[in-house]
Design a protein around this ligand. Structure first.
Ligand SMILES: [Fe+2]
Length: 239
């Protein structure tokens, strides 16, 4: 994970931001060291087994044991890369905030419940590292409708977008567009250990289900909440 050091001038970050704008996402292949990836895969498999083969999610780093995911949000190269991607897009200094991190481990009967729910993230940049991807059956691709909206000026504007999407009618329409094969939706087959970026705040996105007997695990690191200082948000105590 050290080659990012070769980007002292931020050229790579600017290129990645341009790729996200042009293609809806950007990827750095084989970002994670294979040994570290293997250890994280074992962690995920154990966690699902301990949860009777069902979905389990981890928020933050405290329960991630000795996996690389526990230290990634403090990794100076990773942090610097995310900050620079943000800055080259937004044109403002990156906030001194950490990441909102989630490890999602899909398996078992609950797969459907955790799939095909289109949403906007609350954070500008989403970094995604697939940990485990099913080799047989449905691989659980990432679906991105890129850059659906701009950065909202106010938290309430953002909230309105979210409410308009998070209901049965909108979800049914989006799912119908997906099934029709809408060309505006990217269907991205994920490769374990690679690092993907997209504008999570601006892009409607979700994941396809995988088979119940398979494991699909993704680590998500969300960066920069544009409404972090909103008094309305604090009053509503929303994440
Ligand atoms: Fe998301």
């Amino acid at each position: 994970m050290n080659f990012i050091n070769r980007d002292p001038s931020g050229t790579m970050a600017a290129a990645l931001a341009a790729q996200i704008n042009a293609n809806g996402y950007a990827v750095i292949d084989d970002y994670v060291d294979p040994d570290l990836l293997c250890a994280a895969q074992a962690f995920v498999a154990d966690a699902i087994t301990a949860n009777n083969g069902e979905y389990i999610g981890f928020t933050g780093t405290e329960q991630l044991g000795g996996t690389f995911l526990a230290s990634l949000p403090k990794d100076p190269n990773f942090v610097s890369l995310c900050r620079r991607i943000y800055e080259s897009e937004v044109g403002k200094p990156a906030p001194e905030s950490g990441f909102y991190q989630v490890l999602r481990c899909l398996s078992g009967r609950g797969v459907q419940k955790h799939s095909m729910r289109f949403h906007f993230d609350s954070y500008v940049l989403t970094a995604l590292i697939p940990i485990a991807v099913p080799e047989h059956g449905n691989p659980g691709r990432l679906i991105i409708h890129p850059n659906t909206r701009g950065l909202r000026r106010t938290y309430l504007g953002n909230l309105l977008d979210k409410v308009l999407v998070d209901n049965r009618v909108s979800q049914a329409l989006l799912n119908a567009a997906y099934r029709r094969g809408s060309r505006r939706m990217i269907r991205l087959s994920l490769k374990p250990g690679s690092l993907y970026f997209f504008w999570g705040y601006r892009s409607l996105h979700t994941n396809e289900p995988c088979d119940a007997d398979a494991i699909r695990a993704t680590a998500l690191l969300h960066y920069a909440d544009p409404h972090a200082d909103s008094r309305v948000k604090r009053a509503l105590r929303r994440h």
